[in-house]
Ligand binder design. Structure first.
Ligand SMILES: NC(=O)C1=CN([C@@H]2O[C@H](COP(=O)(O)OP(=O)(O)OC[C@H]3O[C@@H](n4cnc5c(N)ncnc54)[C@H](O)[C@@H]3O)[C@@H](O)[C@H]2O)C=CC1
Ligand SMILES: O=C(O)C(=O)Cc1ccc(O)cc1
Length: 373
């Protein structure tokens, strides 16, 4: 599980005096994964955060992790309210927060933006103090125990245009900056299309794959390697939360799933007629799609190659391996580890720039490491 990473290396930066004044104090409503993480990031920056939740126990746990206090705020002093509840509850909670905290800007972090904005407009709510937003960071876990002050560092955080005064927008921009995230402004409809493409449809594909695993006999599951685990990680997500996200964004999602159905029909047809091009075409298209994803630091992905090394399950093994790679002057772009179920060893997959892979393989073999690819 995503335990709390308390390493100080990439902690959100302490707020400047100006940002303090603009935001302090904050109320967070909904103290699960996202709300408690925001509370932790703001508290780490020295801001007074008041935590509220439908379940007081969640707010208490979040407070225990350093997300803020469960004591009440002085309502008229509150500068910012962050609504971090599931999407269906967001419009009502935002409306109540605007009425209760008369001088506060209210933002929400729901994974869909246009339905929330539309519901508030339909309810006749004055939107001058409301600014919708969405941090593109999270995990398959829920609840305050999975929170981290580092959750948003270097991740994108969308502000949905179309509501809020300039001053209100600035306050939410300050929140994004304090959490260490990178700001993007988008129209709500553009946001919802983009998250259908890169988040909601991938969630559905992951769940579809994982749901089939229920039919797999246990002895067959013993063969499961890292591939199936990679593809199904987000299938561990909360069904109630995702039921709401997907229902709220169903129009965009339906369009994209129909395109996937057409691809699947084409593959079935090609497999039925034993047309090898149907398969190679799909795998090649998938490879192109993966390389279109931005790489580390948001730059276009560069060509990587993966060197897989067997490492003994023993103290110091990883340190020796990393020292060896460092000695070759090669940067590790990414890595993952798979454990051998039958012997005390693991397989470390080290992604490096493609141009360095062969030399690294040669050097590691010469030093006695067992390579798997
Ligand atoms: N899970 C993720 O990775 C991400 C989720 N989001 C969005 O953030 C929001 C919160 O999601 P999570 O933190 O993952 O969920 P969570 O389930 O971890 O936390 C939600 C919290 O809201 C509380 N709550 C529910 N209804 C409430 C109400 N009416 N009033 C007060 N508290 C209420 C719950 O008791 C719970 O503590 C959702 O709108 C979701 O779409 C945004 C980015 C990432
Ligand atoms: O776990 C992951 O990789 C995620 O992408 C988490 C996530 C879930 C929901 C969001 O609205 C945004 C991010």
């Amino acid at each position: 599980m995503a335990g709390r990473d308390l390493s100080p290396i990439r902690a959100p930066q302490p707020a400047s005096e100006r940002q303090y004044a603009e935001l302090d104090p904050v109320v967070v409503i909904g103290t699960g994964l996202v709300g408690a993480s925001i509370g932790c990031a703001l508290s780490a920056a020295g801001i007074q955060v008041h935590l509220r939740d439908r379940y007081r126990s969640h707010a208490l746990v979040a407070a225990g992790l350093g997300a803020g206090t469960v004591s009440s705020a002085q309502n008229s002093a509150v500068k910012l309210v962050v609504v971090a509840v599931p999407p269906d509850a967001v419009p009502e909670v935002v409306e109540r927060a605007l009425a209760r905290y008369r001088h506060a800007v209210v933002t929400d972090v729901a994974s869909v933006k246009k339905p929330v904005m539309d519901a508030l407009r339909e309810a006749g709510v004055d939107l001058s103090r409301y600014v919708g937003s969405h941090p593109m960071a999270g995990s398959q876990y829920s609840g305050p125990l999975t929170a981290s002050p580092h959750l948003f560092v270097d991740r994108r955080w969308v502000i949905a245009d179309g509501s809020g005064s300039a001053q209100a927008v600035r306050r939410v921009e300050a929140l994004v900056a304090l959490c260490g995230a990178r700001l993007i402004h988008l129209a709500p409809a553009d946001h919802d299309r983009a998250v259908a493409e890169v988040s909601h449809v991938p969630q559905i594909m992951s769940s579809l794959t994982a749901a089939r695993l229920r039919e797999v006999p246990p002895p067959d599951l013993l063969l499961a390697g890292q591939g199936v685990r990679d593809v199904t990680r987000v299938a561990g997500s909360d069904p109630t939360l995702w039921g709401q996200i997907i229902a709220a964004n169903r129009t965009e999602i339906l369009t994209q799933l129909r395109a996937i159905r057409a691809d699947l029909d084409q593959l079935l047809e090609g497999l039925g007629t034993n047309d090898p091009q149907a398969v190679t075409g799909l795998i090649a298209a998938g490879r192109e799609g993966v390389s279109a994803l931005p790489g580390k630091h948001g730059h276009p992905g560069s060509a990587l190659d993966t060197v897989v090394v067997e490492i003994p399950d023993a103290p110091g093994a990883l340190a020796r391996l990393f020292a060896e790679i460092q000695a070759q002057g090669v940067n590790i772009e990414d890595l993952s580890i798979e454990h051998d179920l039958a012997k005390p060893a693991g397989y470390l997959s080290v992604a490096v720039e493609a141009g360095h892979a062969e030399a690294l393989r040669a050097a590691m073999t010469a030093s006695g490491w067992e390579l798997r690819s």
